[in-house]
Write a protein that binds this ligand. Sequence first.
Ligand SMILES: CC(C)(COP(=O)(O)OP(=O)(O)OC[C@H]1O[C@@H](n2cnc3c(N)ncnc32)[C@H](O)[C@@H]1OP(=O)(O)O)[C@@H](O)C(=O)NCCC(=O)NCCS
Length: 337
Amino acid sequence: MKFRSEITGVGSFVPPKVFTNFDLEKMMDTTDEWIQQRTGIVQRHWVDDSTSTSDLALEASLLAIKNAGLEKKDIDMIIFATLSPDHDFPGTGCFLQAKLDLPEIAVLDIRQQCTGFIYGISIADKFILSGTHKNILVVGAEVHSKGLDKTPNGRNVAVLFGDGAGAVVVSRRELTNEKTDSRIINTHLYADGSFAKELWIPAPGNALGKDRLTHQMLEEGAHYPQMNGKTVFVHATKRMAECLMHSCKEGGVRLEDVDVFLFHQANLRINSKVAEMLSIPESKIFNTIQNYGNTTAATIPLGMDDAIKAGVLKKGMLVASAAFGSGFTWASALWRQ
Ligand SMILES: CC(C)(COP(=O)(O)OP(=O)(O)OC[C@H]1O[C@@H](n2cnc3c(N)ncnc32)[C@H](O)[C@@H]1OP(=O)(O)O)[C@@H](O)C(=O)NCCC(=O)NCCS
């Protein structure tokens, strides 16, 4: 029997507290106008003190499992993508597994930042097709707000990021018709570590000498994200366009055949530029950055869930996705919902 990987359930969760650009104006020498013009972001959700990444992930996961028509016990693996873990180790997937009360199932934490979700469904697809697993929970979740410099020094990065979680269940099904079955058609994963320091958090780190973290590093803000925004922008547009074309070509479909484009949400201008480069009508791209900011590994499953709720994404539709982020890493995926 030949298998296929179907996305059978989707769920998402954002913390209730909203911070608008106007709220940020009071904190960090910025303006609603600057943020909206450069990024498209209007507001983002940030957690309260007592909430962690695995808490957000738990809510999204429970909804994804329910929407798949499954029970928790049906899940046989968790793949967890985040750059803002609960703790340095163990991986946040282990904390989520305990909260889901699913002892003994395999947990894999991956660190591919904004590209983490596509890497995650790619890995899930391979495990499903190999026949070893039946229902894999793939989660992208982030709590950025606790790790941002919210003073004027950090304004170039802090305004961009929000907290949130998205999850999907990837299930094993029998392949009956390659053209019409709901299934992950292909994924393409890439990285170029020579750009690792264009978007990163230097500290704490073993590569820093004798101490992983010093008072001086803290004073210099080395524990906050650092980004060369222009370099990221240029590479993101080029790479997302390239890998999208690759996925479509290999999947034997034309860009025009794609019903919905679910892109990573780093900047509305990045997605508009990709649309312009490939002559994709903007109406086919489902953007959510206005409401959530950049939630890194969570943007694509969050968008998928919102698109389903909005009636834009329906079972059987052809979806193309692409992401770019720290590493640099980038990836594309083509699936029939
Ligand atoms: C970050 C980004 C929005 C900045 O836009 P930009 O047009 O490149 O802006 P610049 O960095 O050139 O900054 C322009 C000016 O705005 C200022 N500025 C930076 N952040 C600001 C803020 N939050 N509010 C107001 N002004 C700000 C800068 O100090 C600079 O001032 P100057 O001209 O007096 O020196 C854009 O580069 C980007 O989106 N890059 C992609 C990054 C990304 O998506 N990363 C996420 C991971 S994939």
